[in-house]
Design a protein around this ligand. Structure first.
Ligand SMILES: [Zn+2]
Length: 384
C-alpha cells in the first residue's frame, strides 16, 4: 500500500468561523484580492473580516464557472491593485478562479502557459501567492484541492491548472454561510459532494486515510441532503452538508474520481451545464453500469464490497445489497428534481463525442473498472 495525503495548510471548520479570516489574513498581506461569485453579498462576512484586520480589499466578482479569460483578467486586476494575498469566498467557481489567480501571481505568465490538455502544460514551479478559500456552497470541496478547473470556450473543454503548490494556506468552512441557498443549488452541489465521496471510495487509488473520510461524509450527506433540499436546514443539517463537501474534496484530491467526473468534464465543456448538475444527472447510471461491469468482468474487485458498504451506510440497513444502494441514490436524485443532461442541450447526436472525450478524461482513470464504449454510451444515453 502506498499513498500520499496533501491538503490546505490549515482547515478551520465551524459556524461563525469566517470571522477568523481576520487573524489568518493579517500576517499574509496588506492588500487582498477578494474573488466572489455573482452574489457579492454572500461574501460580505469575508470582506468585513479583511477590513477589520486592516487590509485593503480589491473586489473581483466573477460570474459562473471561470474561463481562461476570467483568470487572465483577475491576475491583471491583482497586479494593478498591488495585491499580496488572494481570498476567494463563493462557490467552487469563485474558489477555482481565486486559486488560479494566486498561482499566476506566484508564477507569472498566462493561464495557457500552464493549462493541461489545451494549454502548453508547463509545470507550476513556484508557490502561489498566499491564498485563502472560503466556500459558500456545500459541493466541490475546492477549498482543499490542488487544481483549478478553467473553461476554454474556443476549445470546447474544461481543463485544470494543477500543482500541490496551489493548495490554500487556509480553508475556512463555515456552515453559517450556507443559509439561504436556493434548493436547486443545494441539490446540485450536494449531489456533487455525494459523488465525490462515492468515487474516491471505490477508486483504484482508494486508501485507508480517505476511506474514513468517505464513510463519515456519506453518512452525513445521506441523512441531511433531502432535508436541506426541502428547506429544513437547521445548524446540524448545514454542518452535515459542509462536512460532506469538505471530506469529498479531501477524498478526491488524494484518491481520484471515476466515470461521473470523467463525463462531467466534457459535458461541462460542450454544454452550459453547471458541474454539480452534470454530476447529479450522471450518478445513477454510472453506479448501475459500474456495478454490472464489475460483476461480469471483475468479480474479485474490492470495489464490489465497497458498493455494498455504501448501500448499508445510506440506507441504514446493515444487510443492504449494492443494488439497494443504487435504488436509494436513484430515489434521491428523483426527489431532488435533478434534470437530465438534455436540459443543458445534450442530445443523442452528441453521444459519440461525449464518449470519446469522457474516455480520455483524467478522472476516468480512477474508475474501478475500465468501461467499454457501449457501456459509456449507455451511461450517456440514460443520463440525457
Ligand atoms: Zn465534482
Amino acid at each position: 500500500m502506498r499513498f500520499e495525503f496533501a491538503t490546505a495548510t490549515r482547515i478551520l471548520f465551524g459556524p461563525g468561523s469566517v470571522a477568523s479570516l481576520a487573524e489568518i489574513a493579517a500576517p499574509l498581506g496588506r492588500r487582498a484580492l477578494l474573488v466572489t461569485g455573482r452574489s457579492v453579498e454572500r461574501a460580505s462576512p469575508a470582506r468585513d473580516a479583511l477590513t477589520a484586520a486592516g487590509l485593503a480589499v480589491v473586489p473581483f466578482p466573477t460570474a459562473g464557472e471561470p474561463t481562461v479569460a476570467d483568470v487572465r483578467r483577475g491576475a491583471a486586476a491583482a497586479r494593478a491593485g498591488g495585491v499580496d494575498l488572494v481570498v476567494a469566498c463563493g462557490g467552487g467557481s469563485a474558489i477555482d478562479a481565486g486559486k488560479a489567480v494566486a498561482a499566476l501571481l506566484g508564477n507569472g505568465g498566462d493561464p495557457l502557459d500552464y493549462l493541461e490538455v489545451v494549454g502548453r502544460g508547463h509545470p507550476i514551479a513556484r508557490p502561489s501567492a498566499p491564498f485563502v478559500a472560503i466556500p459558500t456552497t456545500a459541493g466541490t470541496g475546492s477549498e482543499v484541492t490542488r487544481n483549478a478547473v478553467l473553461a476554454s470556450p474556443e476549445h470546447g473543454v474544461k481543463a485544470s491548472l494543477r500543482s500541490p503548490l496551489m493548495l490554500a494556506r487556509a480553508a475556512i468552512v463555515d456552515p453559517d454561510l450556507l443559509v439561504g441557498l436556493p434548493p436547486h443549488v443545494v441539490a446540485a452541489s450536494g449531489l456533487d459532494a455525494f459523488a465525490q465521496l462515492v468515487e474516491p471510495f471505490v477508486s483504484v487509488r482508494a486508501n485507508p486515510l480517505v476511506d474514513g473520510l468517505c464513510r463519515e461524509g456519506l453518512a452525513r450527506s445521506a441523512r441531511s441532503l433531502r432535508r436541506a433540499f426541502e428547506g429544513d436546514a437547521p445548524e446540524a443539517v448545514r454542518v452535515d452538508l459542509a462536512t460532506a463537501s469538505l471530506f469529498g474534496g479531501l477524498a478526491l484530491a488524494n484518491a481520484g474520481l471515476g466515470a461521473v467526473h470523467g463525463f462531467a468534464a466534457p459535458v461541462g465543456g460542450l454544454f452550459d451545464a453547471p458541474h454539480g448538475a452534470a454530476c447529479a444527472a450522471l450518478l445513477p447510471a454510472v453506479l448501475r453500469v459500474n456495478l454490472r461491469a464489475l460483476r461480469q468482468r471483475r468479480r474479485e474487485s474490492p470495489a464490489l464490497a465497497r458498493y455494498r458498504e455504501i448501500a448499508a451506510i445510506v440506507t441504514g440497513q446493515p444487510d443492504a445489497g449494492a443494488d439497494d444502494g443504487v435504488a436509494w441514490v436513484e430515489d434521491l436524485v428523483r426527489a431532488l428534481l435533478v434534470p437530465g443532461l438534455s436540459r443543458w442541450g445534450a442530445a443523442e447526436a452528441d453521444l459519440p463525442a461525449l464518449v470519446t472525450k469522457a474516455r480520455a478524461a483524467s478522472s476516468m482513470k480512477g474508475n474501478p473498472i475500465e468501461l467499454e464504449d457501449a457501456e459509456l454510451e449507455e451511461i450517456a444515453l440514460a443520463s440525457l
